[in-house]
Design a protein. Structure first.
Length: 382
């Protein structure tokens, strides 16, 4: 046993406690015992105890009460009930409360032969559970890193469009600032020119706010997202996404038409991750059309006909080249891509699929060659 396992024994019979401790120490365990339930519970945080052996009848507390308190403080703790007064009802109740096993003491101490084996089995299962949780945490971290990598790839694609989107208003702002400064510094500045300067200052304010919103949207999109879910309105997420993509789409003569219900139920979700979904779908639609085309984005409330539960439907439809029928089922697989660009890793849609799954939703695809593709996302209502 590479790491010594700490065991806390609740036992008010000193002879039983000493024999149990000696048996377990020989097996390589570290054991502390207390005759009082209250004292044992007060000491349980002094060491990293993995296993708790609980006598059912102590002078000050019942074993089931001790078990409840241990599980409340340390849900993953291994608790094994060891009693000289065994009955089926108590055994069942112990297991319901989270005990790993229920061992009845024998007059000839035969249970001390079984006890180390039960503890070793319990520890083995405990270690497997801890390893599983660690792997799940590592997998979640890897998924978030992959999402962030794909997100930054999308930011790279958006760079030129965002630069152009900022350059236009900044050029206008610079021109109007130069005009206003020129007038203010002119000793012959006339009062009737004041209204013109005021109008230009209002334009400067409006365009500055526009630039600020573009930068904020890009920063919000590019920063790593936490796994936290909140109540969100999907329509607002789509609007934020379109604000970033607007110039890139218009420069390719692609128009976007939105059709949103006047009221849409809110969902529990991560706005940053869902923005990644919509960015992926809209950029894929743009690339399928190259130049000239149309994208429809529809959001509406619906009811699942199978479960009768409310949901939100989001459709992203384009007039692009379409997806061959044999590729539709593969398109959401990691690293699958039909693009010839060597930089296309085929991760965008697989990440989209993963994010929608994490939100408890579904994604479906309808496509016709030379007519276009529609991605249909359904998300459960909060």
């Amino acid at each position: 046993m590479a790491n010594k396992i700490n065991i806390l024994l609740f036992e008010d019979d000193e002879g039983q406690a000493v024999l149990t401790k000696e048996t377990l120490v020989k097996e390589g365990f570290l054991v502390d015992f207390y005759p009082s339930g209250k004292e044992g519970l007060s000491r349980m945080n002094e060491k990293d105890y993995t296993v708790f052996l609980i006598d059912m009848k102590l002078a000050d507390m019942h074993g089931l009460e001790i078990l409840k308190k241990i599980k409340k403080l340390k849900a993953d703790a291994i608790a094994i009930m060891v009693t000289g007064y065994g009955d089926e009802i108590t055994a069942v109740e112990s297991m319901k409360l989270g005990a790993f096993d229920y061992i009845v003491k024998s007059p000839n101490m035969g249970h001390l032969t079984t006890l180390p084996l039960v503890i070793k089995e319990a520890v083995e299962r405990y270690n497997l559970l801890m390893d599983k949780r660690k792997l799940e945490q590592e997998l979640k971290a890897a998924q978030l890193s992959l999402i962030q990598a794909a997100k930054m790839s999308a930011v790279g694609q958006l760079g030129a469009g965002v630069a152009h989107e900022l350059n236009n208003p900044l050029g206008g702002i610079l021109g109007y600032v130069q005009y206003v400064l020129g007038k203010i510094n002119d000793p012959n500045f006339k009062m009737e020119e004041f209204q013109t300067c005021k109008k230009y200052l209002q334009y400067i304010e409006k365009e500055s706010v526009r630039c600020k919103e573009i930068v904020e949207s890009l920063l919000k999109f590019s920063r790593p997202s936490s796994p936290e879910f909140k109540l969100i309105d999907v329509r607002e997420v789509v609007k934020d996404t379109l604000q970033i993509l607007e110039n890139q789409l218009s420069s390719n003569n692609i128009t976007v038409e939105t059709e949103f219900d006047s009221y849409v139920d809110k969902i529990m979700g991560n706005a940053n991750q869902l923005q990644q979904v919509f960015t992926n779908l809209i950029l894929n639609a743009q690339q399928a059309m190259v130049k000239d085309g149309k994208i429809w984005i529809r959001i509406n409330n619906a009811v699942d006909t199978k479960t009768n539960l409310r949901k939100v439907n989001i459709e992203v439809q384009d007039t692009g080249c379409g997806i061959p029928a044999e590729n539709v089922e593969k398109i959401l697989e990691p690293f699958y891509t039909t693009k010839t660009d060597h930089k296309a890793l085929g991760l965008g849609l697989s990440i989209t699929y993963r994010i929608i799954q994490d939100h408890g939703g579904e994604i479906a695809i309808k496509s016709q060659i030379n007519k276009g593709t529609t991605f249909i996302i359904t998300l459960p209502v909060a």
